[in-house]
Design a protein around this ligand. Sequence first.
Ligand SMILES: *Cc1c(COP(=O)(O)O)cnc(C)c1O
Length: 420
Amino acid sequence: MMHNVHDSIRDLFSRHVVPSYGRFDLVFDHGKGVEVFDVSGRRYLDMGGGIAVNCLGHAHPAITEALVEQSRKLVHVSNLYYTAEQGRLAAALTGAIGTGKVFFCNSGAEANEGLFKTARKFGHDQGRYEILTAFNSFHGRTLGGIAATGQDKVKKGFEPIMPGFRHIPFNDLNAAREAVSPSTVAILVEGIQGEGGLTPATAEYLLGLRALCDEKQMLLLMDGVQCGHYRTGRFQSFQRILENHSGAQGFLPDGIAMAKSLGGGFPIGAFWLRAPIADLLGAGSHGTTYGGSPLACAVALGILEVIEKEKLADHARQIGGRILSELTSLARQHPEVLASVRGLGLMTGFELVESHPAFTASPRAASLQVCDLFHQAGLLTAPAGSKVIRLLPPLNLRPAEADEALAIIKKVVQSLDGRA
Ligand SMILES: *Cc1c(COP(=O)(O)O)cnc(C)c1O
């Protein structure tokens, strides 16, 4: 007999759901804004944002309205036909990036797959196919995605790994130049490495990769799945990284993958291709049944409208800057617990000192131990690897909510520092 709702749901999972995720022992029921409530009614401040997905928080009326109104009108017709919503969303995304075209899919991994296929098509006639990606990168869990991802843990047990990818150290321009072979056709990087632990690309690196790709006639591809969609204060993170940087005028990658915040929780992915590369994918060359459905596109358009009307890009920059400076001063007070603080806009976080006695007592990763403590205090965050904690809250996070989250973080860090 089950004691309560929590246990009975856990039981359904252990009996019927593939155990591929390491889940925390929390069962959620509903949310509003940055707040989310578990099945016993306990409130949590959701600073993990569903891993950078819930850009307007939970149960935002603009998303509900778009879902309700569009589903009354037209949910799906397939890409055998045209719809206004897909065309309008493509125009909005190209408007935020630059001259080019957009393909719609349903996830981040699929968006990257589209970029891989574009690169292969681009190099096909010269026999070039190899794509360079960075160590510590993350590009999704498909066979192509794990081949591209520069972390052994996602590949283990799934060999043979799809050929055509090689990894290079991130932010190391010389290493990129030295790695280029006659088969190399593209370089793919994240503007800010997310799963790999919150490492922004430097402006010099991005500009250098652009120049290298131009020189060798290779495509420069960027994975903006996590760091994109105004999280850094600009639509794409490279726009933020390169702003006010001399020599960055007119900088554009050749392809950009998007997902996560694009749909605010409704599954949608997309990739943008620069003109004229966009026209390499001619009729019949690529497709997906659900891609760019009027329902998904209506939701994404509704989100963009709110971001623009409420000036959430500037808001993310300001409130993110405040969070970063508060965390930085916390790290200065507790160097035994916090090794460093990094990020941009509302993609910030901190690295823990794994060797601190408070962590070494347990075999559980330091990042997970800290998440557990945050949960006890009513705060959700997103771990990245064994020692980094990310804050990826909604773009409309209020100052008082940021303060509440920071107060919990301070309290937990202080208590850890006291433990020896
Ligand atoms: C989440 C993520 C992906 C994969 O997206 P899915 O929607 O899970 O397939 C790819 N790249 C980056 C940078 C991500 O953060």
